[in-house]
Design a protein. Sequence first.
Length: 234
Amino acid sequence: MLCALLVAVTPAFAEEPPADAGECSVDKQIEHNRDGSQLELRKRSCDGSDQMSAELWFRAKPGAKARELMRYESANRPGTWAANLVDFDHDGWFDFRKGGECGAGPNCEGEIHRFDPKRRALYLMHAGGWAEVSFDGEYLVESGRASCCAWEYHVYRVLNRQRPVFGPRPDFIILAGSDFARDADDERTRCRFSREVGGEYRTIAPPAKRWLDYCSLYGDDYVVEPPDTAAAKP
């Protein structure tokens, strides 16, 4: 993961976040939660510096004193500037997504810090690497390029619905592409579902019909690989 200073701040209150120095450029994002509370993200980079910093502030309501929830600094490289506030599962509460180092393709490291409305604080919900990430309240899906002609989806099942967190390994993986077909003359997209069983990833049957939608990334003409006979859900 990206080496960065990441600080969960002891509650500190201010009428307003500190003023910005004239030689620094600042991007601001302000979002309102469903209870009227407000989150403000400030991303700052300064002339002559290869570092960027970000601060996240909370207000119980617009105009109230601001409380700093988090701040961090990191190298100002592609991906690290991709911090933003996003309501992943459309529940009316905004969470914080922090960017990280990027590879040669579209995949970048990242962290999702969930806003806990009861504690009015952030906690680390998930860390990984992806080109895109989504969360529907039950599953979190990381998607990213696996090769020139294949796309991979890591599907994590939520461990605690009241305070969502995810384990270090996905519940299963979906691989869709054309560069791992057994028959070189078969140009149809192959779709493979796999799960770790006994320390090895084995091909499984699609866990549910809904996941077949991920097989059609390259078109509807795809073939689902049959499961290994030894692959059973642990």
